[in-house]
Write a protein that binds this ligand. Structure first.
Ligand code: GRF
Length: 197
């Protein structure tokens, strides 16, 4: 059984969408994969409650208790290590995980580390994507699922979805429209990854 480890920092709605799709589509039978753990860098992350309710083991690793990014990432890698099975390394899924990972970490998990970013990459890497799309006068916005490399919000694109930017949109309204698409394309992109790996 291949283990999927999902990293979150907050609401965890993408994580929940992945967990629900995995249940509905029976990823265990279809792909020999299961969501094995949810890890948050914040104890207050609402997504942890949902994960626990689903019977998924959760862990909190508070980045503030580490002296450096490298030390945090090393501890994170150690937490993931037990989910690497012989011949079946874990798939690590960033779902609203608001930490920049070091090149050491991204290198170690290269090829099996996925992220979702709420813009049409390569446009608007980084934060405040919706506000920036509105200010730039974009007529469309969207979301990208990509492989994680050492460069923030770069890496091979696995899936994208486009939504319109409508007159009068605020960043919040646009974010909500994008989020509904996130919940569709992230599980789909992961399923495709599982099929091909
Ligand atoms: C999503 O918009 C995701 O693309 C971004 O952070 C948000 C997380 O939402 N990286 P959630 O925690 O999955 O609800």
């Amino acid at each position: 059984m291949k283990n999927i480890v999902i990293l979150i920092s907050g609401g965890g709605s993408n994580m929940a969408a992945i967990v629900k799709t995995a249940q509905r589509e029976d990823w265990a039978a279809r792909y020999g994969a299961r969501v094995a753990a949810v890890i948050s860098n914040k104890a207050s992350a609402a997504g942890l409650v949902f994960a626990r309710e689903q019977g998924i083991p959760t862990h909190t690793l508070d980045h503030k208790t580490f002296a450096s990014r490298e030390a945090f990432d090393a501890a994170l890698a150690q937490l993931i290590a037990p989910f690497d099975l012989p011949g079946q390394p874990a798939l690590v899924v960033l779902a609203g995980f608001m930490r920049i990972l070091t090149p050491g970490f991204t290198g170690q998990f290269q090829g099996r580390l996925l992220n979702i970013h709420p813009s049409l990459l390569p446009a608007f890497a980084g934060l405040h994507t919706h506000q920036r799309a509105i200010e730039a006068g974009c007529q469309v916005a969207g979301v990208t699922v990509h492989q994680v490399t050492a460069e923030l919000d770069h890496g091979p694109i696995l899936a994208q979805a486009v939504v319109p930017v409508l007159v009068g949109d605020t960043a919040e309204v646009l974010a909500a429209r994008v989020l509904t698409q996130e919940h569709l394309i992230y599980p789909r992109a992961i399923a495709r990854w599982l099929q091909n790996n």
